[in-house]
Design a protein around this ligand. Structure first.
Ligand code: TEU
Length: 546
């Protein structure tokens, strides 16, 4: 199991309102209790934070906001002592407009070697006043920004699939390859176990940059035809990942490259999962599925099949720093969101509010279902506490560039990035001792606190711990999978090794066969016999199947 840390919101040791590396180090033992194999850290590199650190201005240093390289070395050493490996985020599609290479490109002539590092083009129209093609940014608005040349005239345009502060690299330029190979070695030398590769499907663009369906996230805008996205899955990607794989193999021990790629179908995603390329890829199909029996059956089957075909474990994930947390999603019908809200959009005071109680009930059941599946599991910090999104953030504190780029039409991802609660009391619920916080926490946040859940055997934290313990003890991660029939359409049931997992997605109680209860999403005390052998709606149970 890999546990994702979003450093800015994890734990703030120096009290400036922003989480830091020392805060992570201080809590390693706590996290270890969850039976974590590796931690994945979202970016902590120098960055103007226009996109939560995914706008990197120096790939080989630590932002002073998070600490120093020395703090990073201490973190690695302590983690190592606890048997925890550290995976870090690599952001190779784009950097920050404050990166030295981009500053150099802006200060150089069109056609110069410095400009070649990025994707600069002349505009269309009589005076180059129109963007070079029709692509749109993931965060809204055009994917091109026009610069002013050094002589003060309106100049070329540069491509940015995300915010205008995140210029895309030109992966047809050898210097970009060299730059990232050095970065890989820099961190491998410091002892990291591997990299989660951001936007791994989009690094290389079709050299002609043709117009297409418009949106850079693979979907089509209204009025544009949808065809093969010219910034998705270009063949040259394989060579990049082969090269990186070779570099990783120069180092001892197992190292991992995991692709973060919002691409479907799953077979395309699995295309980079090869012995000589990546070891894993995030399976967002499971995260995005409607929480209803037919969709779930189909997504589980296609996910397993897609990765089986390349002989790799599939991955399962319910939440991350880009999506509304699942405890909130499940507070709406079918694990959805209020109408019209897309992936990466948050929920605000103008939207229907979630039913948080139902959301938590279903989130616990969903976690149990996921933790019983064979493959690799990724958890997002705080989900083990049952955390929900902040769905009532005031507009003036929002930081996600999506909010400004769409004039507030899409609220962005701040709601899932709220600083964690560690203690019930205190101004920031134990996030730090000063009460400073880069995003406000919602009322009642302290009720989710780790300290409160630690010794409560019915808490969500105890449920995660028990499920993760058993997942390990029974080797479910490397286990088997077979559907178990006989309960009717509204019930999802499968067998992994000696565990029968049953999840009730219907609206009436379900009678269970007489097997021992291993774990139950409503009652986490392992070994407690159930008095009535029925499963209520939105409950998931693990039975010993013999
Ligand atoms: O996200 C990549 C990704 O494809 C996203 O488009 C996701 O669908 C989007 O955030 C929803 O609007 C990665 C990071 O996880 C994200 O935090 C970064 O903002 C993004 O790359 C740019 O680096």
């Amino acid at each position: 199991m890999i546990y994702q840390i979003y450093p800015r919101s994890f734990r703030d040791a120096n009290g400036d309102g922003e989480g830091d590396l020392q805060g992570i180090t201080a809590e390693l033992a706590n996290i270890r209790e969850l039976d974590v194999d590796a931690l994945w850290l979202s970016p902590f590199y120098p960055s103007p934070q226009r996109d939560g650190g995914y706008d990197v201005s120096d790939y080989r240093d630590v932002d002073p906001m998070f600490g120093t390289l020395e703090d990073f070395d201490t973190l690695i050493a302590r983690a190592d002592g606890l048997g925890l490996r550290i995976i870090i985020d690599l952001v190779p599609n784009h950097c920050s407009f404050e990166h030295a290479l981009f500053r150099a490109a802006l200060g150089s002539e069109p056609g110069s070697a410095e400009r070649e590092v990025f994707i600069f083009r002349n505009g269309k129209g009589e005076n180059g006043e129109l963007p070079p093609n029709n692509w749109q940014s993931h965060f809204g608005g055009p994917a091109w920004t026009r610069i002013t040349e050094t002589d003060g005239t309106a100049g070329q345009w540069y491509l940015h699939l995300f915010d205008s502060s995140q210029p895309d690299f030109n992966w047809h330029a050898p210097v970009v390859h060299e730059e990232f190979e050095q970065t890989l070695r820099f961190w491998l030398d410091r002892g990291v176990a591997g990299f989660r590769v951001d936007v791994a499907h989009s690094l290389v663009k079709h050299p002609e940059l043709p117009d297409w369906g418009g949106r850079a996230d693979g979907n089509s805008s209204e009025g544009f035809p949808g065809h093969e996205a010219p910034m998705f899955g270009q063949p040259e990607l394989h060579d990049i990942y082969r090269r990186w794989n070779a570099i990783m193999r120069e180092y001892d021990g197992d190292r991992v490259l995991c692709a973060e790629a919002s691409i479907s179908p799953v077979e395309r995603l699995a295309d980079w999962v090869r012995p000589d390329q990546m070891q894993q890829a995030f399976n967002f199909a499971f995260l995005g599925t409607k929480w209803e029996p037919e969709s779930l059956r189909s997504v589980i089957e296609t996910s397993l099949r897609g990765f089986d075909a390349v002989n790799a474990p599939t991955t399962w994930v319910l939440s991350n720093h880009d999506v509304v947390r699942h405890a909130t999603r499940f507070g709406y019908p079918h694990g959805g969101r209020p109408d019209g809200i897309r992936d990466g959009d948050g929920i605000g005071t103008g939207d229907a509010q979630p039913d948080t109680q139902r959301g938590l009930t279903l989130a616990r059941a969903a976690a149990m279902l996921m933790l019983a599946l064979p493959g690799g599991v990724y958890l997002y910090q705080g989900e083990e506490l049952g955390l929900a999104d902040h769905t009532e953030l005031p507009d003036e504190v929002r930081q996600d560039p999506t909010f400004a780029r769409t004039d507030g039409a899409r609220l962005g991802r701040d709601g899932c990035r709220i600083p964690l609660p560690w203690a019930q009391h205190g101004e920031t619920a134990g996030f730090n001792d000063t009460g400073a916080s880069w995003l406000p926490q919602p009322t009642g946040w302290g009720n989710y606190a780790r300290s409160e859940q630690q010794n409560d055997r019915r808490s969500t934290l105890s449920l995660y711990r028990a499920a993760l313990d058993q997942r390990r003890a029974l080797n479910l991660g490397s286990g088997s999978f077979a559907w178990y029939d006989g309960f009717g359409d509204d019930v999802l049931a499968f067998v992994n090794r000696e565990v029968l997992v049953v999840m009730n997605l219907g609206s009436s109680e379900v009678a269970l066969p007489g097997f021992d209860v291993l774990l139950d999403s409503d009652n986490v005390i392992p070994g407690t016999p159930k008095t009535s052998h029925t499963l209520v709606p939105e409950q998931c149970i693990w039975l010993r199947f013999k």
